[in-house]
Write a protein that binds this ligand. Structure first.
Ligand code: C2E
Ligand code: CA
Ligand code: CA
Length: 366
């Protein structure tokens, strides 16, 4: 940058550059390209080579604001936008970001009181043994009946709950509601049903997670042998070793089983399958969607099933929508099937009805 420009460290790994006297955006773009190029030059240390990337957000005076704090806020928002688009990118501030951030904050605010206002609800999707057509377990899936806006899908609000930390109380509510339901069902069913519950990585890493789980088990009286927790591969990304391992091991000792969700979409290092106590792999829907026509998907799914069998891990195929897909998966000896082919997620009442129809009458007295 030029002698007349100013560079400052704003805090942490955030820097602000004040570029004076530029008349055109394309002039700014040239400067930014140069910055990104500079940043991407590897840094050699005595031990290793470090690769650095940067995300740049830009606000322009006076178009985006006429005071310092507005300009910084706009640049900050654009920086997050750039970050979301990948590494080494930049993004100019646009007015619609203001609306987006507003909507985001409104959602976070309302989510804060969703539990207290009883706006959360669970649906249950059966996981089926395709050889007997019997329900092996159900997966609890959370729904948010947002006041004015109707139902918000979990893909939209779980990330907000995670970013704001609200996933901890919300996750506790989910766990308690699912266990209460399970205890109720298992009291009325002579066949034991299992409940599979999604645990967000953030929630799992919360220091009080084990304690909270124990409490809920005690309170609801569920048999831990019927509890399954679904975790994702990103749990292993950060503090790989000790803490996660001991927590998982503790859960297993209590009889709780662990599923690895969305398998194949993460960084999929196979070593953790050997090291971590995992009972079930859930093959992600993206491998199943085109499995009839796509040879690569076929090979991958076959390989995953074979590998899991060797490791004594059960396999669930997610997102099975057709009979053809189901038949193929039976052919590959996939243990369990989940998907619209058997059933969409259902309310507790609907699921009870589904169980009555699908289980052998002799086994059930609801
Ligand atoms: P997931 O854990 O992979 O859940 C499976 C999703 O696939 C569900 O979407 C389910 O409705 C959908 N699905 C099941 N079968 C089929 C099928 O045959 N075809 C298609 N197209 N889709 C199918 P849903 O309920 O919208 O949940 C989306 C994601 O939100 C979940 O993905 C999970 O990551 C998250 N989520 C849902 N409930 C919870 C929860 O209680 N806690 C946490 N932490 N995350 C949750
Ligand atoms: Ca899941
Ligand atoms: Ca999944």
């Amino acid at each position: 940058i030029r002698e007349t420009d100013t560079v400052s460290r704003f805090g942490g790994d955030e820097f602000i550059i004040l570029i004076d006297n530029t008349n055109h955006r394309h002039e700014l773009k040239m400067i930014i390209d140069k910055l990104i190029r500079c940043l991407s030059t590897p840094v050699e240390t005595s031990k290793e080579t470090l690769h650095i990337s940067g995300s740049i957000g830009i606000s322009v005076y006076p178009d985006d604001g006429t005071d310092i704090s507005t300009l910084i806020r706009c640049a900050d928002m654009s920086m997050y936008k750039a970050k979301a688009q990948g590494k080494d990118t930049y993004c100019f501030f646009e007015n619609k970001m203001n609306i987006e951030i507003h909507e985001y904050l409104a959602m976070e605010n309302q989510l804060r009181s969703a539990v207290a206002n009883q706006e959360l609800e669970l649906e249950y999707q059966p996981i089926i043994n395709p050889l007997t057509n019997k329900v092996y377990a159900t997966e609890a899936l959370v729904r948010w009946n947002r006041d004015s806006e109707g139902r918000v899908p979990p893909d939209k609000f779980i990330p907000i709950a995670e970013e704001s930390g609200l996933i901890v109380p919300i996750g506790e509510w989910i766990l308690r509601a699912a266990c209460t339901q399970l205890a109720d069902w298992n009291q009325h069913l002579s066949a034991e049903l299992k409940m599979s519950i999604n645990i967000s990585t953030l929630q799992f890493k919360d220091n009080d997670f084990d304690k909270m789980l124990l409490n809920v088990i005690k309170e609801t009286g569920v048999n831990p042998l019927n509890l399954n927790l679904e975790i994702t591969e990103n749990l292993f990304l950060e503090d790989r070793e000790s803490h996660i391992f001991t927590t998982l091991q503790d859960l297993r000792t209590q009889g709780i089983s662990i599923s690895l969700d969305d398998f194949g979409t993460g960084y999929s290092s196979l070593s953790y399958l050997k090291h971590f106590p995992i009972n079930v792999l859930k093959i992600d829907r993206s491998f199943i969607t085109d499995i009839i026509d796509d040879q690569n998907d076929q090979s991958l799914v076959k390989a995953i099933i074979n590998m899991a069998e060797g490791l004594n891990i059960k396999v669930v195929a997610e997102g099975v929508e057709t009979e053809q897909q189901c038949e193929l998966l039976i052919d590959y000896q996939c243990d369990y099937i989940q998907g619209y082919y058997f059933s969409k997620p259902k309310s507790a009442e609907e699921l009870q009805h589904f169980l009555r129809q699908s289980q052998k009458p002799a086994l059930i007295s609801l």
